[in-house]
Design a protein around this ligand. Structure first.
Ligand SMILES: [Zn+2]
Ligand SMILES: [Zn+2]
Ligand SMILES: [Zn+2]
Length: 163
């Protein structure tokens, strides 16, 4: 017969330690929960899900932190990819990062991205894992669009100057 221990915790108590499993069970029996973010004891209805580790007040903070972390990760990986592909547009040497994009020399970019697990980060990570295959290159959006629409870029095929 397990000993009944009164942990004496109440709503609003702040813990400096992670409660043990025993304490968590004890809390749950009293419709109380511990928030892993603010470290307060809160009533169960302050948590959106049975499995939530953080209270509803803390959820947006955590989500914002996640978003900030993934934005930073994306920027770091993208910079790595950009540098691996020479850091500038293969056609006009544009270097401003905002103008640059990964291009597939022989098309098939969408299929390739789908295969790599999606646009954005999954695709960039795929490029890293696969040693930056040279079927891809860096182009600025201008050169990329011109190639896509006209099949050539005016940079390499200067239009004949008007007489
Ligand atoms: Zn909280
Ligand atoms: Zn360019
Ligand atoms: Zn160009």
């Amino acid at each position: 017969m397990p000993k009944i221990v009164d942990h004496g915790l109440r709503v609003g108590d702040h813990l400096d330690f992670r409660p043990s499993d025993n304490v968590r069970v004890w809390l749950r029996r009293r419709s109380l929960r511990y928030c892993h973010h603010c470290c307060y004891i809160k009533p169960s209805f302050d948590f959106s899900f049975k499995s939530s580790k953080v209270c509803v007040a803390c959820r947006p903070l955590i989500q914002e932190r996640c978003r900030a972390t993934s934005r930073a990760l994306y920027a770091r990986v993208r910079e790595q990819v950009v540098q691996a592909y020479g850091g500038k547009c293969a056609c006009c040497s544009e270097q401003r990062r905002e103008f640059l994009a990964i291009d597939h020399k022989n098309g098939g970019g969408n299929k390739h991205r789908a295969m790599a697990g999606g646009y954005g980060l999954p695709f960039l990570l795929w490029l890293c894992r696969n040693g930056f295959p040279n079927e891809c290159r860096l182009l600025c959006h201008n050169c990329n669009m011109a190639l896509g629409i006209y099949g050539y870029c005016p940079h390499e095929n200067p239009p004949i100057a008007s007489q």
